[in-house]
Design a protein around this ligand. Structure first.
Ligand code: NCD
Ligand code: ZN
Length: 300
């Protein structure tokens, strides 16, 4: 699962085993309070994650929160992380300390390119209309891909047809997509009665976007990885005025993906979408985990 929020404390204890029961590994996001942006915090957090997974086979691939890092800092991180996660300031949950101008942080990005550290990006322009925020950010991806041709750039949780098109334009662009964005549209969030549990950033988009994402996933697009973006919040923070952004899918992500692929006669591509592509893109080899799919009802 190439995009996961595990949180800390009792929430971590609760949710980590639910992912670790189904997935052999996951990319653990650093948007904690305070963010994971130094080697101490990273090591403590990794240990907490490993403890929380108990006896499940699960490899946490850690990330650090993007800020201006110098070469010596990045070299202490290099072997400990799978990438650095860049959030535009204020784009989503706990991203206040994010980046205000990408131009101003290019020196850090340059060092990452030279060291071969992937850049993972929450790609939304925070000043745009909510449905357009990802689209408005796409030119920034293009600029980054061109200026840093050796940098692996992962467009996290893409939600639009245009993002899929962009993937095919640049060799060094990759992407993750969530379960919810393969299934729902904005209609499911606000079209009927408001459903706070389907509210996340980026917000679910139009049917044609969902269809483009789904067909890319079902065809096992070689640069599109599964990243659930499972993002748990306490129920009081979801069912309230000022609902926190994040959809919690950890316990149902793999079963629902299997159902989705089966319904679309693509079950033979599930393994590639959910595992092989990530292994190839990131050149990782977590301990193998065997999953048995059973066609039976599950009450959620
Ligand atoms: C995520 C969270 O809650 O940490 N929320 C979300 O809506 N996806 C952060 C993120 O990935 O944007
Ligand atoms: Zn996320």
């Amino acid at each position: 699962d190439m995009h996961l929020h595990f949180r800390e404390g009792s929430m971590l204890e609760l949710v980590a085993p639910l992912s670790a029961a189904h997935f052999a590994g996951g990319v653990i996001m650093p948007n904690l309070v305070p963010p994971v942006d130094n080697i101490n915090r990273l090591n403590v957090y990794r240990s907490a994650v490993i403890d929380a997974c108990r006896d499940h086979t699960f490899t946490p691939y850690m990330t650090i929160f993007f800020r201006d890092y110098n070469e010596s800092e990045l070299s202490t991180f290099q072997d400990q992380i799978i990438g650095v996660k860049l959030y535009p300031a204020g784009a989503t949950t706990h991203s206040e300390g994010g980046v205000r101008s990408i131009k101003e942080v290019e020196s850090t990005i340059k060092i990452m390119e030279e060291m071969g550290i992937p850049l993972l990006v929450h790609g939304e322009n925070t000043d745009g209309y909510v449905m357009d925020r990802e689209g408005l950010f796409l030119p920034t991806y293009a600029v980054l891909a061109e200026r840093f041709p050796k940098l692996k750039i992962v467009m996290e949780h893409i939600t639009t047809r245009e993002a899929i098109t962009l993937l095919d334009r640049f060799e060094n662009l990759f992407a993750t997509v969530t379960l919810q964005h393969l299934i729902i549209t904005l209609d499911d969030v606000i079209g009927g009665l408001l459903n706070p549990h389907l509210f996340c950033k980026p917000i679910a988009k139009r049917p044609e976007d969902r269809d483009a994402l789904l067909s890319a996933a079902l065809s096992a697009h070689p640069k599109l990885m599964f990243g659930s973006d499972s993002a748990p919040h306490p129920v009081n923070d979801k069912e309230c005025c000022g609902c926190a952004a994040g959809v919690f899918t950890a316990p149902i992500a793999l079963p629902m993906l299997a159902e989705l692929f089966a319904q679309n006669n693509a079950i033979d591509r599930l393994q590639t979408f959910v595992s092989d592509t990530a292994r190839a893109v990131y050149d990782i080899a977590p301990r193998t985990k065997k999953i048995v799919l059973r066609n039976e009802a599950q009450l959620i």
